[in-house]
Design a protein. Structure first.
Length: 399
C-alpha cells in the first residue's frame, strides 16, 4: 500500500546552553556509539514545536492540555448562558468532562483545605492528570452542559447523552492532538494515536558537560565596605553541540485523525496541508526554552533535509554512530554534512527506496555544501510550500 511519510533531518549548532535538564539541573546526555552525547528529549522539542503553532494556526484549530479543564469549560458555559453563576458552571463542567472522558474531576485537597480542616475560597475542580481537548471539543461539551443544566446528573444517566459527550470528545480533533496524540488513562476509547514521531536529538560528536561558576552583586549597600563578597553565588551546568534532530510524520494517520474536523468551506486537502506545513515549519524553527535567559542560545538549523516517502520512515542517525571529529581549527558541522551526504544515498540504494522519495534541502554556509546533491535547494518558505503542495497532490490521488 502506498503511504505518505514525511522525514525531517536537521543539523543544528547550539552554543553553550542547557536546553533540557534532568532532576539535578544537569543537561541531559545519552551514550551512543560508545561515547557520551548531548541529548534533548523528544518531549522538550515536541512542546517547543507545539508552541510555535500559536503563531502559525488559528486558535480554533488548536487544543489545550491542562488539569484545569473544568475551569476552561466553565468559561465557555458562562459565555453561552450568562445567567449561570461560577459555582454552577464548575459543577456542570466537571460532570460533563467526567462523562466524556471517564476521568474523575474534583477540587484538589490542597485547594479545598480538607487536609487541615481550613476554610478556603471556592476553587474549581481539576483532573488528576493533564487532559488534552481541542477548542471545538470544548465548545461542543459546553453546549451539551447547558442543554442538561436543569439536572446534569440525571441528564448523563441517559446512555444516549453520555454517548454524545464521548462522541464530542472524540471528534473534531485539533491539529496538535492529531499530530502528537492523546492518552486518557480512564477513557482509552477516546485515545488518539500520534501521527508524528520525534527522536531525541543527540550530538554528532562526544560531549562533556561543563560548569559555570557565577556571582551576583548586591546593588544596594549602606557602605562600600559593608560586604566585600558577592550577594549570591552559584553554578549552572551547560554544554555545546552540533545536534542531529529527526522527526517522522505519517500523513495518512494525520488525515484520519483530522477527518471529523474538516471544514465545509474548503477543499478536503487543505486541513491536512495546513497541519503538515505548520509542523514542518514549527519543528525546523523551534527551540526548547530551558535556561534560555541564561545562555541566549537562539540558533537556527544549519542544514535541513526533508523527504516525502511512499513506504516507511527512515532515520539517518546511523551516519553518526561513529562520533564526528572536529576538523582542523575546530567544528563538527563539515564532517557531519559529509557523513550525511554519503550515508543517505548508500542506505537508500541498499534498500531500494531512492526512487520513491521527493527531497528538499535547506542549508547555510560552505560547511553544508556536500548536502546540496541530495535534493532541490530552497529557502524555508519555499520548502514548506513545496512539502504542502506534494501532500495535497498525493491526497488528490496524483501521486
Amino acid at each position: 500500500m502506498t503511504r505518505t511519510i514525511i522525514d525531517l533531518h536537521v543539523l543544528q549548532n547550539v552554543p553553550p546552553s542547557n536546553l533540557n535538564r534532568d532532576d539535578t539541573g544537569t543537561p541531559k546526555t545519552a551514550v551512543y556509539g560508545g561515547v557520551r552525547r548531548a541529548r534533548v528529549s523528544s518531549q522538550a522539542w515536541k512542546r517547543a514545536t507545539r508552541k510555535t503553532f500559536h503563531d502559525l494556526l488559528d486558535p480554533s484549530e488548536l487544543g489545550v492540555r491542562t488539569k484545569r479543564v473544568a475551569e476552561l469549560l466553565a468559561v465557555r458555559i458562562h459565555d453561552l448562558d450568562e445567567s449561570i453563576e461560577q459555582a454552577e458552571a464548575w459543577e456542570l463542567a466537571a460532570e460533563t468532562v467526567q462523562n466524556a472522558t471517564n476521568s474523575k474531576i474534583e477540587v484538589p485537597k490542597r485547594r479545598a483545605g480538607k487536609d487541615k480542616g481550613e476554610q478556603q475560597p471556592a476553587a474549581a475542580p481539576e483532573a488528576k492528570y493533564l487532559m488534552f481537548l481541542s477548542a471545538r471539543q470544548l465548545d461542543g461539551l459546553a453546549e451539551l452542559a447547558v442543554e442538561g443544566r436543569t439536572d446534569i446528573k440525571s441528564f448523563f444517566k441517559d446512555k444516549e447523552n453520555k454517548a454524545r459527550a464521548k462522541a464530542i470528545a472524540n471528534a473534531r480533533h485539533s491539529v496538535d492532538i492529531a499530530l502528537f496524540g492523546r492518552m486518557v488513562a480512564d477513557g482509552a476509547d477516546i485515545n488518539v494515536d500520534a501521527a508524528t514521531q520525534v527522536a531525541h536529538a543527540i550530538s554528532v560528536h562526544q560531549v562533556e558537560n561543563e560548569s559555570d561558576y557565577y556571582t551576583a552583586v548586591d546593588d544596594h549597600k549602606e557602605r562600600e565596605d559593608d560586604d566585600l563578597g558577592a550577594g549570591m553565588i552559584g553554578t549552572v551546568e551547560f554544554n555545546s553541540a552540533t545536534l542531529y534532530r529527526y522527526a517522522a510524520l505519517d500523513v495518512d494517520l494525520l488525515r484520519a485523525n483530522l477527518g471529523k474536523g474538516l471544514r465545509d468551506d474548503e477543499p478536503v486537502t487543505e486541513p491536512v496541508r495546513r497541519a503538515v506545513e505548520a509542523f514542518v515549519q514549527g519543528f525546523i524553527t523551534s527551540m526548547p526554552t530551558g535556561k534560555v535567559n541564561t545562555f541566549g542560545n537562539h540558533t537556527l538549523p544549519d542544514a535541513v533535509v526533508v523527504k516525502v516517502r511512499s513506504s516507511r520512515p527512515i532515520s539517518f542517525v546511523s551516519a553518526f554512530e561513529e562520533p564526528c571529529k572536529a576538523v582542523a581549527g575546530g567544528g563538527h558541522l563539515q564532517e557531519a554534512s559529509e557523513r550525511l551526504a554519503r550515508y543517505v544515498p548508500e542506505i537508500e540504494a541498499a534498500y531500494g527506496v531512492a526512487d520513491n522519495a521527493h527531497t528538499w534541502v535547506l542549508r547555510v554556509g560552505k560547511n553544508t555544501e556536500p548536502l546540496s546533491e541530495l535534493g532541490t535547494q530552497m529557502s524555508l518558505p519555499e520548502l514548506v510550500n513545496a512539502v504542502g503542495e506534494e501532500v495535497a497532490r498525493r491526497q488528490d490521488g496524483r501521486a
